[in-house]
Design a protein around this ligand. Sequence first.
Ligand code: NI
Length: 156
Amino acid sequence: MAIRNIRVMGDPILEKVCKEVKEMTPRTQELIDDMFETMYEANGVGLAAPQVGVLKRIVVIDVTGEDPIVLINPRIMETSGEQTGGEGCLSVPGKSGIVTRPNYVKVKAYDRDMNPIELEGMELLARAFCHEIDHLDGHLYVEKVEGELSDVEEEA
Ligand code: NI
């Protein structure tokens, strides 16, 4: 496994629409492992493939640190409710902003063995599903921020 370079806002790759994954390959398995390692190393809760420069519809999420989720070709099937809260992104370092998202999100996707899966998320997980799937369509949370982005103090 290896830590990959995280692209930051302004990099045109973050604005592109990613391609569906047609088949699993050893190279894609390695990408998924690297995405987890890169996300954990950066203390993130989610990472999408375009953030490491790969235009494929792959997302990794772990909102608890003990519950790694891989979503391949994810689609949001259902949402309900609303939550308004702070959000950040590894591609927008040192910043956060207030974003309103659904409070419940159901997604369909494939796991890393290309088995179909269906997952439900509430609160932070619902937010992560929306945020990461937006990346696959070239969208950053900053487009949805209410008010101004604020500076986040770097961890010591
Ligand atoms: Ni992000």
